[in-house]
Design a protein around this ligand. Structure first.
Ligand code: KIV
Length: 263
């Protein structure tokens, strides 16, 4: 299979070809995901909860994301790997550049940062220095202490308008992908239509260009999964078929259904 690039994802958006992505933290699962057809993986700071047993993503460090990125890269040499920049690792543009360098040198193709317009200078600085950037809006788990919990975002007109403005500002600053987490389906669809770049949803309904799931949610490992999660292993019976089912349901627009979405 030809290695996937941001241009491929841009073409998927133009062709209205929906694509499935997943989190990965180690070489074995990364290899399994690639073998079933996943071409884009996120080394998410969700590893704080899924791998380390923490109660939030805040304790995760740059070195830990770099370690897991190296593991995933070894299992998936041709995949497009996005590495999460942990809490406070991009508090200033200069810090962002130094820490993004560590993650890119560990094997990432792109870094992901959580937040709105305040990040525009950081995005510009990273892009100018050849680091592709993925934005992350809506429920941004690193801000859990400000948001007051893991809650759906953009439910009222003011916050919905702000999310749209942030998305446009980040695209203008240079992000090339956007993750939208836990926002109402109609808002996520409007943002997806407004932006030229591909939008990947999680708990954002079926109107986005792609979907992402935390692998532990997709494989039924999470003890108390969020509403938008689906246990594909329960239906498929084994991990390989579960991942193939996930991809098929995303491509066919079956997942996420209304039962897995917010309005
Ligand atoms: O850390 C993570 O796994 C994420 C996804 C939920 C998008 O940011």
């Amino acid at each position: 299979m030809k290695p996937i690039s941001l241009a491929t994802l841009g073409q998927f958006k133009k062709d209205k070809h929906k694509f499935a992505t997943i989190t990965a933290y180690d070489a074995s699962f990364a290899q399994l995901f690639v073998e079933q057809g996943i071409q884009v993986m996120l080394v998410g700071d969700s590893l704080g909860m899924t791998v380390q047993g923490e109660t939030s993503t805040l304790p995760v460090t740059v070195e830990q994301i770099a370690y897991h990125t190296r593991c995933v890269r070894k299992g998936a040499p041709d995949a497009f790997i996005i590495a999460d920049m942990p809490f406070m690792s991009y508090a200033t543009p200069e810090q962002a550049c130094a820490n993004a360098a560590v993650l890119m040198q560990a094997g990432a193709n792109m870094v992901k940062i959580e937040g709105g317009s305040w990040l525009c200078d950081t995005v510009k600085m990273l892009c100018e220095r050849s680091v592709p950037v993925c934005g992350h809006l809506g429920l941004t788990p690193q801000a859990v202490n400000v948001l007051g919990g893991y809650k759906v975002q953009g439910r009222d007109e003011v916050t919905a308008n702000q999310l749209m403005k942030d998305a446009i500002a980040l695209e203008n600053a240079g992000i090339q992908l956007l993750v939208l987490e836990c926002v109402p389906t109609s808002l996520a669809s409007s943002i997806t239509e407004e932006l030229l770049l591909p939008v990947i949803g999680i708990g954002a309904g079926s109107g986005t260009d792609g979907q992402i799931l935390v692998m532990h949610d997709a494989l039924g490992i999470t003890a108390r999964p969020p509403k938008f999660a689906k246990n594909f292993l329960a239906q498929a019976g084994n991990m390989q078929d579960a991942i193939r089912l996930y991809i098929q349901e995303v491509e066919a627009g079956i997942y996420p259904s209304e039962a897995h979405s917010f309005e």
